[in-house]
Design a protein around this ligand. Sequence first.
Ligand SMILES: *Cc1c(COP(=O)(O)O)cnc(C)c1O
Length: 487
Amino acid sequence: MANPNSTTIKFQSGEQIPVELHKVRIVQKLFLKPIEERMQAIEKAGFNTFLLNTKDIFLDMLTDSGTNAMSDNQVSSMLQADDAYAGSQSFYKMEQALQDVFGKHYVLPVHQGRAAENIISQVFIKKGDVIPMNYHFTTTKEHMELNGGKVLEIYTDEALKIKSDVPFKGNIDIDKLKSVFAEYGKDHVAFVRMEASTNLIGGQPFSMQNLRDVKKIAEENDTMLVLDASLIGENAYFIKKREPEFRDAEIKDILLEMCSYADLVYFSSRKVSSTRGGGIVTNSKDLFLKMRDLLVLFEGFLTYGGMSVREIEAMAVGINETCDDTVISQSPSFIEYAVNSLDAAGVPVITPAGALGCHVDSMGFLPHIPQEAYPAGALAAAMYIISGVRGMERGTISSVRDENCNDILADVELLRLAFPRRVFTLSQTMFVVDRLKWLYKNRELVGGLKWVEEPPLLRFFMGRLTSTTDWPQKLVAKFKEDFGESL
Ligand SMILES: *Cc1c(COP(=O)(O)O)cnc(C)c1O
């Protein structure tokens, strides 16, 4: 059944087209630079899209973190902010909004999502503990390991398949969860972590039923369930769309039910409420008190947690807007359009379409590049060169090395093209699809990458690489031959 509040609308042709259910009132000028300049820019950036300057970028699809468009109501709320170190009225507004949306009483504000991970990991993980989860996130894993914990990914067999029509690839495998408790014993399981719309495996959601089953096992073992809610709005949207029981449910009620199973909910507000900041919420006074002192130590006083009062105001408004179908469906609708168009053209992308972005399977796209030469990084660089579109490598470069200094080859090599909420239009989306299709036709021209400068920790952020051959020059020459110009 069509969702009357969805952003996708049927045209006369029968085609489902995403339509912007908002109008643009403030704009930012963009530049599409000639391909020769883009080529110089990526060389200067060490073939790492994180090191590009946005003046050289046409469509910035690096991430949805801190890049969602704010609403008029969010921007205007920032003018009313109450500047105070302690007891700011802005905080109490935000606290109320978070209590309403997440159904949790105690609110700990932090400056962004990873700050919540830092506090939770320090307080609840002891050396030798394991943390079972549907899938890790980069900063989550680092924080857990820094505190002596070990991440156990217990996804289902379907999770890493590129092409699939399984609606909930973000589910935890319940049998594996039972085995974790049997093998390690509940005293060595710090907590169970569920990540909404699993970021690193294609923005794939979990189902409510799976969350209920996970909760049951956790409860039987007196173990906390922690929910990473950074992309919870989208996960709720997919539950409504794909889980029959929730077809007629309100997003607001789905969110409340999801959070009701978690002892702790933490989030990056850069994503879930289209502003900066983040937070941890819980109904347990005991858990709140365990985290409170670290909050003051690392983030700031309890009523601002490292955020500015303006961001706090915008978060209060933004978190409520996440419950609006037309807001929360926008990004998934555009992603679905891009994914289905690319899939129809034979370009390997993760299906079904998920949250956050369009995820291109780089091993399927560039089978001639071995994982040691970083196909996803090469594809990100090639896509930028030929289109000015900046995506993010989510593969082996985003991973680490083992104790023998060998790369730990990633399960999947993805180029992620993020669709921050309400930022890009349909013609821009069509441009992305068109250029990716061209690149796919010319894929043999793309070669690998190798390190020039490799930092030991989170190397994907700051590391510099170079091309293994002169493939970028050949790609530029072919582009100019085919398009007859440099744009
Ligand atoms: C982005 C993200 C984080 C970290 O949030 P930041 O605000 O960028 O620090 C944590 N978990 C998930 C699932 C995320 O997507």
